[in-house]
Design a protein around this ligand. Structure first.
Ligand code: ZN
Length: 313
């Protein structure tokens, strides 16, 4: 199978990592920069895309008292223009909020949407900005304290590092690798599994987090054995995409089994599994008994790549 082209792997900007160490230059870029705004993990939108603000507009929002915990994150540079994210919480999440400030925030938040809601409509540039800023926003929000000593930490290096205020130790954004695998048999049927918690009719590929001290390939073999009782071989890399919900990267593989008859769900995480030929898959999608994973997911692209063309659902 050809390498996958994955929707959240798109990008349109130079991350310009060398500028993160130059606060003066970053401050200058901010003044003339284009700035996206995240509040409570949602993006400010304009039409189908991301709203991009000037530093003056952000300063006005900053003094509106509708948002707090404002972190400036440097996302990169394009044609000399700096791109940033302003990551905040909305005041409606605090106990000390006044009625006035909550109303203001609620009004503003009407135009905020999650990446899952808007992802399918974003350009390459926008998706790169959105995925980068969402991953960092999630991390900043949950890493306010030093894992060594428990003191507060402060964002540094354009938002790519947090530094302990007491002992100076540096802490870096964390990304959790999760692998996802397209399992086929020698007749080129595809195996899909169903998790109990999923929406009606949803079947998807097998996936799981890489264990500590484990290679991707070992993880693929282990997960397919655990969830579907199947030995697999010919484990082949297909591609990867960030999945900041909240901090993963999905690494995609294909694998083949010689013993399709052994497939059975583990009964815990996976409650049902089914083999599909292309004709069976197409029929199941058409009659609504198979509910495919969302367009921006790796699994959707894997299933479509195996099928040979996009599937409507
Ligand atoms: Zn510390």
């Amino acid at each position: 199978m050809k390498p996958l082209e994955l929707p959240l792997a798109r990008a349109g900007i130079d991350r310009a990592g060398e500028l993160r160490l130059n606060p003066t230059h970053l401050a200058e870029l901010w003044e003339s920069g284009r700035i996206l705004h995240l509040a409570d993990g949602k993006f400010a939108t304009a039409g189908e895309g991301l709203a991009l603000f000037s530093s003056v507009e952000i300063a006005a929002l900053e003094s509106s008292s509708a948002f707090y915990e404002g972190e400036r994150i440097f996302l990169g540079q394009l044609d000399g223009t700096g791109y940033f994210a302003w990551c905040t919480q909305s005041v409606s999440a605090t106990e000390s909020a006044t009625k006035d400030s909550i109303e203001k925030a609620t009004d503003l938040l009407q135009h905020f949407k999650t990446l899952r809601e808007i992802g399918d409509d974003l350009s390459d540039l926008e998706i790169g900005l959105a995925v980068h800023s969402q991953a960092l926003a999630n991390w900043h929000h949950t890493h306010r304290f030093c894992p060594k000593c428990g003191s507060t930490t402060t964002s540094s290096n354009g938002g790519s590092v947090r530094r302990c205020d007491a002992d100076g130790s540096e802490h870096y954004p964390r990304t959790d690798p999760a692998m996802i695998v397209l399992v086929t048999d020698r007749a080129d049927r595809i195996l899909l599994g169903r998790q109990k918690v999923w929406v009606e009719g949803r079947y998807s590929n097998f996936a799981g987090f890489v264990d500590a001290g484990e290679s991707f390939e070992r993880c693929v073999a282990r997960e397919v054995m655990e969830e579907a009782n199947l030995p697999v071989s010919e484990i082949t890399y297909l591609g990867s995409q960030p999945w900041p919900f909240p901090a993963s990267i999905m690494i995609a593989f294909s694998a083949v089994t010689d013993s399709p008859e052994l497939a059975k769900p583990d009964g815990e995480e996976i409650v049902d599994i089914r083999w599909f030929t292309r004709a069976e898959l197409s029929t199941a999608v058409a009659d609504g008994s198979l509910n495919l994973p969302p367009l921006m997911s790796v699994s959707r692209k894997m299933i479509e790549a195996w099928y040979g063309q996009p599937l409507n659902s």
